[in-house]
Design a protein. Sequence first.
Lengths: 192, 81
Amino acid sequence: MSFDSSLDDAELLTRAQEAPEGDTRAFEELVRRYQAKVMTNCRYLSGSPSDAEDLAQEVFVKAYFGLARFERRSSFETWIRRIKSNHCINWATKKRLKTVDVEPTVAENAARTDPAAERALDREDTREKVGAVLLELTETLRIPLILRDMDGMSYEEIGEELGIGLSAVKMRIKRGREEFRRVFAEQYGEAV
Amino acid sequence: MADQQDDDFVEDMGEPIDALRDLSVDPSDGFLGRLRNTLRRRDLSSQVATLSWTGFGAVALEFFRMIFSMLEPPVDGEGED
């Protein structure tokens, strides 16, 4: 059952906040609008494709139960972006504390060992290549790069989110872009 | 001073990677349904929790009322005349 999709985010948010208990229709419409973006971000911020959907679900659950407290000083998009970044970065940090070594991506391992998989990787479209290269980057470079180039967050916001200084943010983004382009060119022989 | 130098040093951060903006991963088909179920389940648990506390509060309140009513002196005391 779809809610009126012609309504803008602000109106849907009002309806979601004023909805009687158990009526999630307005909120679900907001989820429909942002699920792909949240899912994409969760996948690449966490670096774990298999956990991305659970993370995305938790982000929306947090948003739903936080609706009553949301004072609307920012747009729904900004708010959900903040929840998503916090949640995924915390998750990645906890995971890093548990597992010391970084897992190489499945795609890369397969490509190195299996010529058929290598050919399959060659057939992937640009999006998949971009995603695969992104997952190659270390978390230190990948997360600021995603927050900046995918999410469009300001350097100040990124610094605040990661608890690092402005120059560190800029440095990581610069290195992240360089590393991304280098790995992409190395793996696919083309520029991005 | 050192920070200023660092900022200057990283002033040129290279061109943004535009391809990242186009990156999109759709959740599986049942995503919304599962989310809806999770919301209902957690809603229900929070209602049950609230109800439990309310119930516990009501019982405690009645208990203390009973204690206080037992300790209070009788209003129409016997043998006053």
